[in-house]
Design a protein around this ligand. Sequence first.
Ligand SMILES: Cc1cc2nc3c(=O)[nH]c(=O)nc-3n(C[C@H](O)[C@H](O)[C@H](O)COP(=O)(O)OP(=O)(O)OC[C@H]3O[C@@H](n4cnc5c(N)ncnc54)[C@H](O)[C@@H]3O)c2cc1C
Length: 461
Amino acid sequence: MSAYQPVTPEIISALQAAVGADAVTTAQAELELHSKDQSHHHAHLADVLVYPTTAEHVSSVLRLAHEHLIPVTAWGVGTGLEGSAIPVYGGISISFEKMNQIVQVYADDFQVTVQPGIGHKDLNAILARQGLFFAPDPGANATVGGMLANNAAGIRTVKYGASKDNVLKMQVALADGTLINVGSRSVKQSSGYDLLHLFVGSEGTLGIITEATLKLVPVPSLMSAVVAAFESVDAAVEAVVAVRGSGLDPAALELIDAAHCRMLRMTENVDLSDHPTLFMEFHAAHESTLRSGLDAVKEICEELGAISFRATTDPAERRQLWHARHHSYEIMVRSHPGYQFFIMDVAVPISAYPALIGYVEHLKQETGIVAYMIGHAGDGNIHVEFPFADQDEYERCMVMNGLIVEKALELGGTSTGEHGVGLGKARYMAKEHGGALDVMRAIKQTLDPKGILNPGKIFIG
Ligand SMILES: Cc1cc2nc3c(=O)[nH]c(=O)nc-3n(C[C@H](O)[C@H](O)[C@H](O)COP(=O)(O)OP(=O)(O)OC[C@H]3O[C@@H](n4cnc5c(N)ncnc54)[C@H](O)[C@@H]3O)c2cc1C
């Protein structure tokens, strides 16, 4: 690791000259607000926080940091769940809060170019007027820059793909401040190395995204919500595999365990039973297509022993059901006053999903640990959420996390389906990637030879 230099009053003055005095702060309260994301990882303060409004500002900040060997960590809105935005080596934190404009909508091409600090929900509220939306949905109002940096996915990925599948072009500031464009507005691209996707998912360790052109899709004219409860997790998971195998193309296929359903029922008054439940959504252009799809899903679920099945095309009822799913995290936090949460994320091929979920159930029973399961089941992705109140309980969560990651890798999966590596998954990178990790290190060394970009993330040491 490089011997970083301190942020001196001279550096602060140079930053103020580069981005404006109002856009640079060392105020304790603001540094604290940018010291910890939504994960269980410890907070760390940056020395200085800057709020750029243009790509040129970002470029100037990086030029200065590069010259003076100062670490730089980008900050979207801090909803990350693996500590990837925490400035663990201090230095400069770049907050994209004020770089949040739509640059241009290309409605005829189903594309939009945005600054990285725009929240995806804010973006979609504006695009809705033109009947378009950006499909990846991580639940929280994450920024587009943070989503691309983490390759965030979420509820609709089963139909529309993850962030990486919905970006065409980006402007990126390299470690020395050079601005480059990667990708193209053409939907088909076959020109040279795929640098676009090298930067996507790199968590701000290879470059900082200053602009992105995203793919959009038309807002579906008809949507339905389906809720199906099962006696056991095994039966619910079997239904996930069957629905995926049926070619029915769900737009969402989520698994919520019995304990979570109980919480939703008790706090949100949602009509759920205390059983493992699948939440699904289907999109269609014609009523008849939607109806025949729903009949087929009902048949699959009932054949696999669903104890209840409800489908609705009523927009208000659909919104209420998804409101409960979207707010499940806040509901869980509210239901456990005095607790913190260790939220882990792994994914496996869909055929291995039953084995993964069965293993988590077995661990829960064997250890008696309290844990909730909620997952983007259609993608083979599960989050296990552990409440903890003290260091001993935290360490138990760490052990469980390790066991579940090992199992996911053994089943041909990955240590993280969507939350990224950050601080928490770095220790599993060698096991997951073997020799390919050396190639990743070589790429990091080439693009960031001084190691100033988000140090301490992805790699250990
Ligand atoms: C309730 C809740 C539910 C969630 N559900 C999901 C889910 O379903 N799916 C999912 O994928 N995630 C989910 N997340 C996690 C989180 O929303 C995503 O990881 C999201 O991508 C983080 O975006 P952010 O803007 O908050 O970025 P931050 O947390 O601020 O930063 C994330 C990473 O992006 C980097 N970064 C930020 N901006 C830039 C930039 N312009 N250029 C380069 N790097 C940058 C940061 O340095 C950091 O490495 C959830 C989080 C919460 C709290």
